[in-house]
Design a protein around this ligand. Sequence first.
Ligand code: FAD
Length: 413
Amino acid sequence: MLRWGRAFRPPSRGAPPGGIPGRSSRSPGGVPVPGDAPGRPLRTAAPLRSDFFRDLGQTLSHMGRTLKSQLPPLRGGQGGWTPPGIPLQRPPIPEEADVVVVGGGILGWATAFWLKALEGRQHGMRVLLVERDPTYSQASTVLSAGGIRQQFSLPENIQMSRFSAKFLRNINEHLGVPNDPPIDIQFQPSGYLFLASLDGAEKLEATVQLQRDEGVQVALLSPTQLKERFPWMDTQDVAVGSYGLEDEGWFDPWTLLSAFRRKAKSLGVLSCTGEVRGFVTSPRDGDTARIKYVHEDEPDPSDLSVDDEFFQDRVWPRLARRVPAFESLRRGRSWGGYYDFNTFDQNGVVGPHPKVENLFVVAGFSGHGLQHAPAAGRALGELLVKGGYKSLDLRRLGWGRLETGERLEEAVV
Ligand SMILES: Cc1cc2nc3c(=O)[nH]c(=O)nc-3n(C[C@H](O)[C@H](O)[C@H](O)COP(=O)(O)OP(=O)(O)OC[C@H]3O[C@@H](n4cnc5c(N)ncnc54)[C@H](O)[C@@H]3O)c2cc1C
């Protein structure tokens, strides 16, 4: 159990989150792109809410309005009517919790959700999530591109993608809340395309074989097939390409984050605004490990403005070389965000901290944390609630490799 230490800054009862800063939904509701992703595309499921619940909701809200109109005037002119002596407040923030989740991004809320979803009825585990910035102004989740793909080089990452795609396809079964509108993550099916020159062809083919062994629907395309499918692309130096046929595309990150949060709260997860600055806990053996990897090209982390020169000088020329039509592109809009990049081996770190008892980590997913959150959250939930991984074995993603220095490289980043 983690007890709140003195280093914890008391939470303020702040205003609820106010939407996504600088970002709006990019796509209309769930319209598949014709012909872009053959096979069985990932779609959002039919709404859970039945007519019964809708009618019940309408009846209750009508009764509420009638009751309100017959009650005495509001106290102080604000909020709802409160009977004297019965304060209608949020549940109090507990002094202690069984699990404190630090950070309410997608990985935090997904983990909080799974903890409650997996605990079973009898446990009543107290889960408290602490988020320092309820506006999410700099959170990776809301600034991400929202992509999901099945094409990875490590079995664990492929399995997490497979799990997440299934989860997202049935999102209303998992995260639907009775009486709330159905969730539509605005999934846009669109296969990822990876290209290899002669030098990398063998590696790409081996990776595709691994993906197929894991059940992924992926096509290997020769230069001729590529040219037929993508006539606008320059394929002169390409030996082979791999193209995702199913469960790849993008979706709205904010909708997924909100859905996890709403469902987790409905299951009893408590949350508050505050910054966790330390833990009162006992070290397992010796001091906390200090591990720091600094990338030479690391940009200034305090500056989230868009680097126009980088796009102009390095990205655009490459785009235009591959697709000549991009010569005349005009950038619509752009934004910057933290990529959560694990410079050690570009992979998530999941599991117990080796030195600090009761501290568990789920972070460092390097550009695939959004899509892997449903799976990674479940895995960590299983570890905490069931005492071990059950549906996904993420032991190789544990912290141990950072100590031993053995990289678990993800080639398809
Ligand atoms: C431009 C861009 C594109 C991306 N594209 C994709 C993509 O296509 N697909 C994909 O899967 N992933 C993508 N990612 C990566 C993905 O967004 C991240 O891996 C994922 O969102 C990480 O989630 P998180 O919950 O760990 O982090 P965050 O969303 O950053 O959440 C962490 C939260 O913790 C809070 N916090 C931090 N410290 C404390 C503290 N001490 N006390 C209290 N609260 C604290 C922060 O305020 C923050 O809200 C992209 C990222 C970027 C920036």
